[in-house]
Design a binder for this molecule. Sequence first.
Ligand code: PRX
Length: 649
Amino acid sequence: MSTKRKSKSPEAQVFKPDKKFAKTTRISSMAQYKRMWKESIDSPSKFWAREAKDLTWQKKWSKVLDWKAPFAEWFVGGKINVCENCVDRHADGPRKNKAAIIFEGEPGDRTVLTYAQLKREVCKFANVLEANGVKSKDRVIIYMPMIPEAAIAMLACARIGAVHSVIFGGFAVDAIVDRLEDSGATTVITADGGWRRGKVVPLKDNVDAALEKYKGVKKVIVAKRTGQDVTMKRGRDLWWNEECAKVPGTHKAKAFDSEHPLFILYTSGSTGKPKGILHTSAGYLMGTYISCKYIFDMKDDDVYWCTADVGWITGHSYIVYGPMANGVTQVMYEGAPNQPDFSRFWRICEDLGVTIFYTAPTAIRAFIRAGEEFIKPYDLSSIRLLGSVGEPINPDVWLWYREHIGGGKAPIVDTWWQTETGSILISPLPGCTPTIPGTATLPFFGVDAAIVDETGEECKPDESGRLVLRKPWPSMLRTIYNDKPRYKKTYWGDFKGLYTAGDGARRDKQGNFWITGRMDDVLNVSGHRLGTAEIEGALVAHEAVAEAAVIGRPDDLKGQAVVAFVSLKGGKTGDDALLKELRNHVGKLIGAIAKPDDLHFTPALPKTRSGKIMRRLLKELVATGNVTGNTTTLEDPTVIDNLKRILGR
Ligand code: PRX
């Protein structure tokens, strides 16, 4: 990549916080950060009791934490309405006429919703849901484009205590069916379609196809976005606008227990079945609220933009719940960053005066590759803070981001967290933490992170190991939906009392965390999590395929690329037509993001004598062209030479 610099090693490049920035921010010295962090660890009840005062409670909690490992309850005895915290308290106060969402559609249409307007729309939709029989704890699937209605639907569910489960609009029919079945959803909220790179994504058609297979849905509510013809099934399918026209724009926000389920979000694990990560109300709201307050330093005059999609956790926590709980003005954009070209984001930033910008390294790498001519014409001087999320950020990319988007001055917060953690757990605080390109730096309040070896012993500084968390935190997942044993085993089963994140990392002598990536069979492709087992399952579901093994390889743009090894039934050899068909087949079952970048046909896969596929060997072969590790357990050692030939090594 053209950004490579011959300068000193990145770890030598420490960026001290900007003095001007520190003057206006909430935490302006390391001493203050350390004091607050220590209090959050040593006296969590005191720390969280103080911070929780920022939220609006319908009944104050009696106990901050009840921890029966590995099950936590936070703010026990409290009653709260998450939607009221994100909407009503702003709409009913001085932020009434402040823009909550400035929406730009991919075709260029713009809508502004003030907090008062947002409240009216959310109340209407809450009434629509109730009028259509949705009750507290019912599961509601949301499969929508990035339009304000997606946020409105989520907030309306929260308002009435229904549990939403958002499915990323890029997921295909079978992925919808899996999630419908696992959640037992009774209602689906979707749109006719969404715009992506000038084309319509046929969301309603996909829902119709999914509902051929899953029969438990009683109502489908459809927002109009793209305007193409869709089939509306009588008695089941309803238009969003027609339903909203029938109900009042007021709705009383009921009080729910702190631990009332808020949403399920499915994410990939190391088996073929996605995990339904369950988050609950008060603790999740606390975590997303407080991280926006201190890490994004959100203030009333900010214009904040997180470029994620609401279908992922980043969209949940840092488009909907965290920013709105802080009453900030935010930008929401429907489409692709390169539509019509790579200047789209920067035109929006200049035009709307974006002050805080949060995106993923994969997007930054795409901008670097596209070239500076798409950025140069735009005035980005309003940007005062940059964020990065989803994957390790290469130091070169970090430096480019600061220079070209941050004007050489905006601090970067490299934020480490996961669907399971609910909110950011490791990150610099922009007014006080010295940053170094490539490290997410230090733990946030209430976070007791450590690096341990395979026996669970803490590693020495600079030694690589596994990232674990030693204490519960408010926005932690509460369980895997309908699967407590899997929750216990996956996250708390490796070492007693430790949450295993699944990431490899090391901590330097200053205490900074350097995250190196997943240690399990989970890939991180363009900042999105994909399970190798899920892709293998999709490949094997094709009639021609006998076996498949999927691994990741480093990729300049996407972080990781998907590499599949496939052996065919009857020992057949594959051709280009079948290769294309298999890629499309994966796209059809899971979604375009899961399509293998490379697909190799092979007569056999490397296996142990007990039949386990040795992915480790495949990874090494693809990365280095050779296998150096132990191969004595291989059932058939000739497989390796064969594979080398196939890979052209
Ligand atoms: O491997 C880590 C990586 O993304 C994983 C979590 O993925 P997901 O649940 O989809 O959530 C993505 C958005 C939070 C982690 O286990 N990851 C996330 N942020 C970073 C990161 N890796 C390195 N640095 C980060 N800042």
